[in-house]
Design a protein around this ligand. Structure first.
Ligand code: SF4
Length: 190
C-alpha cells in the first residue's frame, strides 16, 4: 500500500474531485492511511447539465458507500467561460486547461479557508490525460497567499493507476469519453 505523508503541520484534508473514475483509488488510498478527506465537487467546466449531474451522482454514490462526506459546490458555467475567455481554441494541456484548473482549485481554496481545512489536493492529476506539473502549478497558484497548503501528491504512483481501473470496473462507474467542457468535445482530443 502506498504510504501517504501529509505536508508538515496539516491535518484536515479537502479533496477536490473531478469525477468518480478519477477519485476511487485516491479516496481508497487515503482511507487506508487513516485519512478521511472531505470531497469537494467543484466542476463548473462540465457541460451539458445532464453530464454534470451524472458525474456528480456517480461520485456521491461511491463516497456514500465509503463513508466520505461530499460538498457540492455551486455550478456556474458562465463564470467558468469568463475565466477561459480567449483560450477557447487552445489544445488540451494548453493555457485553457491551466485557467480551468485554477478556476476550480481557487473555489476549493476559498471553501477550505472558510471551513477549517488546512490542506488541499485534487484528483485531477490522477488521470493520465492530465499533465501533473500543470495541475500542481495551478494548485500552488490557487493556494498562494492563503492559509491552505497545497499537497502535490502524485496519485498515479504506488499502484494507484492500475487500482483506478479496477475500481472503475468493480463499481461499474460511468466513465466519460471527453474531459468536460464544450471545447474538449469540439477538439476531440480527450
Ligand atoms: S479540456 Fe478539460 S481541463 Fe481543459 S479546459 Fe476543458 S474541461 Fe478544463
Amino acid at each position: 500500500m502506498l504510504e501517504l505523508e501529509l505536508p508538515a503541520g496539516t491535518g484536515r484534508v479537502l479533496l477536490h474531485s473531478c469525477c468518480a473514475p478519477c477519485s476511487g483509488a485516491v479516496i481508497e488510498c487515503m482511507l487506508a492511511n487513516g485519512i478521511v478527506p472531505t470531497v469537494f465537487f467543484s466542476n463548473s467546466n462540465i457541460v451539458p447539465a445532464d453530464e454534470y449531474e451524472l458525474r456528480k451522482a456517480e461520485l456521491k454514490r461511491y463516497c456514500s458507500a465509503s463513508g466520505v462526506p461530499v460538498v457540492d459546490d455551486d455550478y456556474d458555467h458562465r463564470a467558468w467561460l469568463e475565466a477561459v475567455r480567449g483560450l477557447e481554441r487552445e489544445p488540451e494541456r494548453g493555457r485553457r486547461c491551466s485557467a480551468c484548473f485554477l478556476f476550480r482549485l481557487r473555489r476549493a481554496v476559498s471553501y477550505a479557508g472558510q471551513n477549517g481545512f488546512d490542506v488541499l489536493t485534487t484528483t485531477l492529476a490522477s488521470s493520465r490525460w492530465k499533465d501533473l506539473e500543470q495541475v500542481n502549478a495551478a494548485g500552488e497558484a490557487a493556494c498562494a497567499g492563503s492559509s491552505v497548503v497545497w499537497w502535490p501528491q502524485n496519485w498515479r504512483k504506488g499502484g494507484l493507476q492500475p487500482r483506478r481501473g479496477e475500481i472503475i470496473r468493480e463499481q461499474g462507474f460511468y466513465n466519460q469519453l471527453f474531459c468536460g467542457c464544450e471545447f474538449s468535445k469540439i477538439n476531440e482530443k480527450i
